[in-house]
Design a protein around this ligand. Structure first.
Ligand code: GLP
Length: 239
């Protein structure tokens, strides 16, 4: 595991964006696994300005988002968040974007098809992940097993509250889906995440804290700012 702790949130975000740009430049047809949530707002903002400034071509990338609320209107959806923060400003074409639907006709078939689409795209090259205060990744709440795939899930009380969620139900890529990505980057910023990051490092691998299942991947990259790392014993690499 590579743990990178930055003095400020801005420096942490800048690192993630530079990492993404390097990988996109190396492989223009890269498959990105994207996340929504507050953590990603500055990342997508910095990415937008660097892509424009350096004229980076995103015309060949493919994206798969982690999760979506079930049965909500467009403006409450993660799709709306991503359209506004990433897809529209960066002029992404419809066929580049893959997203779980909020109102699929058949939930099971839709989830299975998402798994198929990921495989057909040649697997996710880089999966970006945030973390919920109950240890969820994507919307894999406590109890999510390592073999879980894309599916419907009921959100915890704390998740509904933290996210101001418009629905108690969501679709999410599973833990197995996430672990199949070629590279995984877990990102947490701010004091609100200090407690869960301490638990992430202290706890053994367990479905009760789904993020710990990521420790199966020895090449996991964890990016934190000083605040999110404030309860950790490891305080080495302040950048
Ligand atoms: C949400 C999303 C996750 C996100 C996490 C953290 O529930 N489903 O993908 O990483 O919670 O959100 P935030 O960045 O707003 O703290």
């Amino acid at each position: 595991m590579r743990i990178l702790i930055f003095q400020t949130k801005e420096k942490a975000m800048d690192f993630v964006v530079e990492f993404l740009i390097k990988e996109i430049t190396r492989k223009p047809e890269i498959v990105l696994g994207l996340a929504s949530g507050h953590t990603f707002i500055p990342i997508y903002r910095i990415l937008k300005s660097k892509v424009r400034r350096n004229k980076i071509n995103l015309g060949k990338i493919k994206t798969f988002n982690l999760d979506e609320y079930l049965k909500v209107g467009y403006k409450e959806s993660f799709r709306y968040f991503m359209d506004k923060k990433f897809f529209i400003p960066l002029k992404m074409k419809k066929e580049q974007i893959h997203f779980l639907q909020s109102n699929p006709k058949n939930v099971k078939a839709h989830c299975n098809n998402y798994e198929k689409e990921i495989l057909e795209a040649g697997r996710i090259d880089i999966q970006l992940l945030g973390i919920g205060r109950d240890g969820h990744i994507g919307f894999n709440e406590p109890g999510s097993i390592i073999k879980s795939r894309t599916r419907r899930i009921k959100l915890n009380e704390i998740t509904v509250k933290d996210n101001n969620a418009p629905s108690r139900w969501a679709l999410t890529m599973g833990i197995d889906t996430i672990l199949k990505a070629k590279k995984i980057v877990l990102i947490a910023t701010g004091r609100r995440k200090a407690g869960i990051m301490k638990r992430f490092f202290d706890n053994k691998i367990s479905p009760e804290l789904p993020a710990t299942l990521l420790k199966k991947r020895k090449d996991l990259i964890v990016v934190l700012d000083k605040d999110a790392a404030s309860k950790l014993r490891i305080r080495k690499t302040f950048k």
